[in-house]
Design a protein around this ligand. Structure first.
Ligand code: NAD
Ligand code: AHE
Ligand code: ZN
Length: 369
């Protein structure tokens, strides 16, 4: 079938909106009509050329929501008409990873996903007769996409697509990092680096679990007001700190953060986040994604003296199990999303959404179809 998509032909170039061809779902796959998709910093990161797994041409996008319109042979868990959120971290419930309660990183289709292909090693998308790569197994910058059955979470039908698409990445990543990865306790003192689409969700989850202090760190002072609405108690602009930022944060948190979260993707801020964690017990969670070739560093003494460095992908959430519950939290009014969606765009204007992110304007842009 013909579908309308935003194609990333080359790193560093704007997306091109055009018609592409999409083959129907094969065994174990589903065809989904995408109704809305957010633009995450990770899409920008891959488009920039910094992603070692970045492939071109590709159809980017991994923060979507839509409706199942067709299923391939053998699909049993969803049917046409079901509302779903695509999962870049699938949940097969059978692999060693799914069977191990310590991780959410289902590996059953990770190899082909990283090659921009469906699990059978081929692409469903083509443009003028030539294949186009899938992206993160989701490719939501298209009004229809094909996904493995294990890579969709079935969600309630009364939830609005243009809001719950954000649960496909940003909301779950931020909220899950607090609840599933760090398991933050009430009364904790926390520091959040980066007050964008991920950091704000870390903040709202910290408030929900009863953190006593939530320090936000961002170079952009315009992010302050929104972060305060979501629960930030102290704002630190590194450009305005005289002397050492880490020392300042340790003092502000009365000895260091019980938990810190890096939601930027820079190795320098990852180090600062680790080093502002409390001696003896502080935990620092890396959420941000750093570019090809970049490496983190700290003095091993930082770890010897009791700090822990952790990472979190998709908030440690198991998509098919946890995503429907996060949609419920939103529908019950316990998680807030609407205020964070600061721009809604048509697919034709998707490059404007990337521009807004590059300029640091607003929080999340959502494309509706
Ligand atoms: P965003 O662009 O919305 O927010 C980034 C924020 O960082 C901005 O507010 C910006 O002003 C701030 N910032 C930039 N440099 C800074 C610095 N040196 N010091 C302080 N603040 C600084 O991005 P986002 O969508 O929130 O994504 C954040 C990061 O998380 C990205 O690296 C993204 O790729 C990553 N991410 C990871 C996962 C995961 O599963 N691990 C999921 C989603 C996104
Ligand atoms: N391809 C990059 C890594 C990108 C990355 O870390 N992605 C996160 C999700 S970011 C969503 O916005 C993730 O889930 N990682 C686990 C995984 O298996 O990809 C690289 O460095 O190669
Ligand atoms: Zn994302």
């Amino acid at each position: 079938m013909d579908v309308k998509a935003a194609i990333a032909f080359e790193a560093g170039q704007p997306l091109v909106v055009d018609q592409v061809q999409l083959d129907g779902p094969k065994a174990g796959e589903v065809l989904v009509e995408i109704k809305a998709t957010g633009i995450c910093h990770t899409d920008q990161y891959t488009l920039s050329g910094a992603d070692p797994e970045g492939l071109f041409p590709a159809i980017l996008g991994h923060e979507g929501a839509g409706v199942v319109v067709d299923t391939g042979p053998g699909v049993t868990s969803v049917e046409p008409g079901d509302h779903v959120i695509p999962l870049y971290t699938p949940e097969c419930r059978e692999c060693d990873y799914c069977l191990n309660p310590k991780t959410n990183l289902c590996q059953s289709i990770r190899a082909t996903q990283g090659q921009g292909l469906m699990p059978d090693g081929t692409s469903r998308f083509s443009y003028k007769g030539r294949p186009i790569h899938h992206y993160m197994g989701t490719s939501t910058f298209a009004n229809y996409t094909v996904l493995p059955e294990i890579a969709v979470a079935k969600v309630r039908k009364d939830a609005p697509f243009d809001k719950i698409c954000y649960i496909g990445c940003g909301v779950t990543t931020g909220v899950g990092a607090v609840m599933f990865t760090a398991k933050v306790e009430p009364n904790s003192r926390c520091v959040v680096f980066g007050l964008g689409g991920i950091g704000l969700n870390v903040i709202q989850a910290l408030r929900m679990v009863g953190a006593r202090q939530i320090v936000g760190v961002d170079l952009n002072p315009n992010k302050r007001a929104m972060a305060e609405r979501f629960g930030m108690t102290d704002f630190v602009n590194p450009a305005e700190v005289e002397g050492d930022l880490v020392g300042h944060l340790v003092e502000l948190t009365h000895g260091g953060a019980d938990y810190s979260f890096e939601c930027i993707g820079k190795v320098e801020t990852m180090r600062q986040a680790l080093e502002c964690a409390h001696k003896g017990w502080g935990e620092s969670v890396i959420i941000g994604v750093a570019g090809a070739g970049e490496e983190i560093a700290t003095r091993p003494f930082q770890l010897v003296t009791g700090r822990t460095w952790k990472g979190s992908a998709f908030g440690g959430a198991r998509g098919r199990t946890d995503v429907p519950k996060i949609v419920d939290l939103y529908m019950e009014g316990r998680l807030h999303i609407d205020e964070m969606i600061t721009r809604t765009l048509a697919l034709d204007d998707i490059n404007e959404g990337f521009e807004l992110m590059r300029r640091g304007e607003g929080i999340r842009s959502v494309v509706t179809f």
